[in-house]
Design a protein around this ligand. Structure first.
Ligand code: ZN
Length: 478
């Protein structure tokens, strides 16, 4: 392949083509055989594992335990919660035949597991002493996608789903907020360098069956919003549907209040679209499968190869994920382009001239001049560079988002703002009006941000008195 064939369409020319080409060329994924499915290749899966292990640690540190529930759910379970079944019906994959004959009751391939987990919570919870019950499941789910997009909307995807049961609303809302803040927002900011906005969904954008839905929203480099994680307070809706009841200290039977929350492989799409550029991926160091790639250059032969391997070992000993690209069939120039496309934060070039001098040449993914550095000091220097790179990505994405977020009370400004980014505007809170805004501009209510001043006034679209007491963020979304 030539360098041109490895390249991707520039973002400014066609952002969507840029994304679709990049996920394939960077060897993150391939198209699966069934509609909308994706094969996650080792490079993409390592990225997911790094996210997953960070999330899993936070999930456990906040008191949750992992469990596993079956992939196949009796159809009748889904029918017990009316809003839930209505919301998911169009996306369900249903197993009607198995073992060579028609099943008496069709089985649903789980789109999410509130129902089956609700059934077992009802069995396992009997007293207030059994509460709160704090469960998490790592699993794949299936939601039939008509317009699939790698990572963002795939028929099958990987995620974790937290499911908890509590004695009352206050405790359940504490949990709903905890999952959003202590788990999702922190993973997004600290690992993915995504400056997410934490807020609440408007009633029209809530999860099917939820009383309240909290969300983290991120802005992509085309100005669109990506919902990167959600946390739902279900009230007693699922407890009533599945009979999750407990006996209180006073001997009274009450329904539990439940929550659910999920983050999925979709966030990888968010990382790509938050940081990537015309050369390809730009990976935050904490998520990069390889943080440093060492490329032997010149005609150094075995001596350079040995020095490269030794350098990689020293970096690895310092906790840095280093990789030596010793593929003999490719030129150094090809390798530089390849690792830039694949988003590796730092590159070290090592040639015959570096051997005697004890140096290597450092080049960072986001430009700056190449610089010879002493190999002895490489672990400490790279650790500093990677930290700075991680911080820079978060700062750059924050500045980008803020520059494309417009606070406005004028409809014309609103339409201009959501064409390029986000608008912060007052809204009446009716779903009809949200639908009109969507029809006119393509923008939806992303969230009512938690950190916002109290404001009152009239709706940006219809002029009715504003709801929520604060501005709503509107934007076009993935
Ligand atoms: Zn309105």
């Amino acid at each position: 392949m030539t360098a041109d064939e490895r390249g991707v369409t520039p973002q400014g020319e066609d952002f969507s083509a840029w994304y679709n080409e990049l996920v394939i060329k960077a060897e993150l994924v391939d198209h699966g055989p069934a509609r909308g499915t994706m094969v996650i290749r080792p490079y993409g899966y390592r990225l997911w594992e790094l996210l997953q292990s960070d999330l899993d640690r936070r999930i456990k540190e906040t008191g949750h335990e992992n469990a596993y529930f079956p992939l196949l759910i009796p159809q009748s379970y889904l029918q017990r919660e009316a809003e839930h079944v209505e919301g998911f019906a169009p996306e369900l994959a249903v197993v009607t035949h198995a073992g060579g004959k028609q099943l008496e009751e069709p089985l649903i391939v789980r789109p999410t597991s509130e129902t089956v987990i609700g059934e077992f919570m009802a069995k396992w919870i009997s007293s207030h002493r059994d509460l709160p019950m704090l469960l998490n499941q790592w699993a794949n789910v299936v939601r039939w996608e008509l317009r699939p997009r790698m990572f963002l909307r795939t028929t099958e995807f990987l995620w974790q789903e937290g499911h908890t049961a509590h004695a009352d609303e206050a405790d359940a809302m504490r949990e709903t907020t905890l999952a959003l803040d202590a788990i999702y927002a922190r993973t997004a900011r600290e690992l993915a360098a995504m400056p997410v906005v934490e807020g609440e969904k408007t009633p029209g954008e809530r999860f099917a069956g939820a009383v309240r839905t909290l969300t983290i929203e991120a802005m992509m480099r085309d100005g669109r919003a990506l919902q990167a994680g959600t946390s739902h307070y279900m009230g007693t809706n699922f407890a009533r549907a599945f009979g999750i009841q407990y006996t209180g200290r006073d001997g009274e039977r009450s329904y539990a209040h439940t929550t659910s929350w999920g983050m999925s492989t979709r966030i990888i799409g968010g990382v790509i679209m938050t940081h990537g550029d015309d050369k390809g991926l730009v990976l935050p160091p904490r998520l990069a499968p390889y943080q440093v790639v060492i490329v032997p250059v010149g005609r150094g032969g075995a001596e350079v190869a040995a020095a490269a391997a030794a350098l990689a070992r020293r970096l690895a000993d310092a906790g840095i994920r280093a990789h030596v690209d010793d593929r003999p069939q490719f030129s150094p120039g090809f390798k530089f382009n390849d690792w830039e496309l694949r988003g590796v934060p730092a590159r070290l070039e090592l040639g015959p001239r570096d051997l005697a001098g004890g140096t290597a040449v450092l080049a960072m993914r986001l430009g700056g001049a190449k610089e010879p550095i002493p190999r002895d000091g490489a672990p400490a220097r790279l650790a500093d560079e990677l930290d700075a790179f991680q911080d820079f990505l978060l700062a750059r994405a924050t500045a980008f988002r803020d520059a494309r977020t417009v606070t406005t009370d004028e409809w014309d400004d609103f339409t201009t703002a959501v064409a390029a980014g986000w608008a912060r505007a007052l809204h009446c809170g009716t779903q009809d009006c949200e639908q009109q805004i969507k029809a006119a501009t393509g923008a939806t209510a992303r969230c009512i941000p938690r950190e916002a001043d109290q404001e009152s006034g009239t709706c940006i679209r219809c002029g009715l008195p504003a709801a929520y007491g604060k501005r709503v963020i509107f934007g076009r979304a993935y």
